[in-house]
Design a protein. Structure first.
Length: 547
């Protein structure tokens, strides 16, 4: 049996465009004499749908395209794709997250997902009914029994879970007693730096359980905060890798399961060995930025280019995402900006080839402070003065967005977001936060990574002490613990979700609680860790819990 793994980038809600892409890949598979082509989870609809599923008209639009698709696929090719389908039972939620089997001139068959994740960014049970846990999702093709699983259906093994326990009462795979010749999995599994390791483990476990090859097809692309890295693969019945699709790009892989001599088990280098962790993060963020801009229909990106390390990294990522001709760095020197900051920002813009603009803040700041003092009376310089500067920068950068139809990129990192070291409506402005899930140490490491072959980012930007430059001689370390220590604490409290120990960790937790209102109003943050700020972390603002 010849099978194609179609790793595609679906656009949420673009049912016509997704149908055309699926048809294109089907024709390519037919041209290669494939018997079966497997697409990712929700490949016709896009993923995550969230409350789009509250609108029956949206589902109806997808169903029309599914109908057209069933008429247009090449003859002789079986097609497995992902879609949201009606729940045919009389009770429960209205829809199922299904794998759909299409063959020319045959009625479609539907295989509903059995395990619905309700953790981190997922809440599928809000609108979706799970398939019956003891029913078997399988079909026969060319005399072989093929078990169909959808993403989470593979993940109920407690011994593989990072927590050591399964979140599900029943593992649907252990109830399958019928002999299976092949297991396929349609996935829309978001990227994190640790995810690839666990995917290989669950797939190998399924191969061992059924003593059969397993094909895992994952979505590629990005949707809002989530980044899908692809990396689709197939293993033999012993869990040995047979083929591996590339990461972060669309791809069609073809495998002949009946000709093992052509697919001898290979020792594929691990995800991490083939790419450093920092390079993987860079590729993920570039894809996340590119897809976000394309899918919201904005071709230009801009940012406040301060001469600091965070904005330097965001500028480099933006250049890689949409090309230097579509990026503008805007420097807004204020009354406490150092001259070398402007020089470094301009040098960086020149090195990476992006447009560079300067808007002096001092006249505007002086006018605003004079107006405040005329109305409310004069006071000593304080936090208000600092925040006015930050908010004036936000005002000017958002003005550029409106004027040029350009997407403002936020430049806050995870360490700063954790403790609220940002100004609401100031440096927290933006339509997307590309590095909001990177600790400060990861920001530094990625900047050094960019400089491996040549000095794109001026050395001074990387080595000088960070500063917001909102008051005389200001340094971040005046307010925060050293970033090396802060990073460790943030990772422990946020990613590992462990309790604080000692006065410093308790102080950081207190800052996190006090600044939760800011993160509720922050831009969407590209998720690259196991636990990011944003959709997957739902903490209340008004609460008194500190532990």
């Amino acid at each position: 049996m010849r099978i194609a793994l179609a790793q595609i980038n679906s656009v949420l809600g673009d049912f016509f465009g997704n149908r055309k892409k699926i048809l294109d890949y089907c024709q390519r598979a037919a041209d290669k004499n494939c018997d079966l082509i497997v697409f990712p989870e929700a490949s016709l609809f896009g993923y995550l749908p969230m409350d789009l599923l509250e609108r029956p008209s949206v589902i109806d639009s997808q169903k029309r395209q599914l109908h057209f698709l069933s008429k247009e696929i090449p003859k002789g090719l079986a097609v497995l794709l992902g879609a949201f389908t009606d729940n045919m039972n009389s009770s429960g939620k209205p829809y199922c997250n299904s794998a759909v089997l299409l063959s020319k001139d045959k009625l479609p068959r539907f295989f509903p997902k059995k395990l619905l994740p309700a953790y981190d960014v997922f809440d599928e049970g809000r609108h979706i009914e799970p398939g019956p846990p003891k029913g078997i999702n399988f079909f026969s093709l060319k005399g072989k029994n093929i078990l169909v699983t959808v993403c989470e259906d593979l993940w109920a093994w407690p011994e593989i879970s990072p927590s050591g326990r399964s979140p599900y009462a029943i593992n649907p795979l252990t109830s399958v007693k019928k002999k299976m010749d092949l297991v396929v999995n349609l996935s829309a599994s978001p990227f994190t730096s640790q995810k690839g390791h666990f995917r290989r483990k669950v797939v190998a476990k399924a191969a061992s359980c059924f003593k059969a090859p397993v094909i895992y097809v994952n979505m590629v692309g990005a949707q809002d905060e989530l980044i899908f890295d692809g990396g689709s693969f197939a293993v033999d019945k012993s869990g040995n890798m047979l083929t591996q699709a590339p990461f972060f790009e669309e791809n069609l892989q073809v495998i002949d399961l009946d000709e093992p001599k052509n697919h001898a088990p290979k020792k594929f280098p691990s995800f991490k060995k083939r790419h450093s962790k920092i390079e993987l993060l860079r590729q993920a963020l570039v894809l996340g930025m590119r897809d976000f801009a394309q899918k919201v229909g904005i071709g230009r990106l801009h940012l406040g280019l301060s001469g600091g390390i965070d904005s330097a990294l965001v500028a480099c990522l933006a250049k890689d995402a949409v090309g230097p001709q579509n990026v503008c760095g805007i420097s807004i020197p204020g009354p406490y900006s150092r001259p070398e900051s402007l020089t470094s920002a301009e040098q960086l813009a020149q090195n990476i080839g992006i447009e560079f603009k300067i808007i002096p803040m001092n006249p505007i700041y002086s006018s605003v402070i004079s107006g405040i003092e005329d109305s409310w009376g004069a006071r000593e310089f304080g936090l208000m003065n600092e925040n006015v500067q930050a908010r004036l920068r936000g005002l000017l950068l958002m003005g550029y967005s409106n004027r040029e139809n350009s997407l403002l990129l936020n430049t806050s990192n995870k360490s700063e977001l954790a403790v609220g070291y940002s100004t609401l409506y100031g440096d927290l402005c933006g339509g997307l936060s590309p590095i909001g899930d990177l600790l400060k140490g990861e920001v530094i490491a990625m900047c050094k990574h960019y400089n491996l072959e040549s000095e794109l980012i001026p050395h001074e930007i990387i080595t000088r002490p960070p500063s917001a430059e909102l008051r005389p001689n200001q340094l971040d370390q005046d307010t925060l613990p050293p970033y090396e220590l802060l990073d460790q604490i943030v990772h422990k409290l946020v990613v590992k979700r462990k309790a604080p120990r000692g006065p410093l960790e308790k102080r950081i937790l207190s800052l996190m609680v006090a600044s939760e209102f800011k993160r509720w109003q922050a831009p969407p943050i590209l998720k690259v860790s196991d636990h990011a700020f944003g959709r997957g972390r739902r903490f209340p603002i008004a609460q008194h819990s500190l532990d």
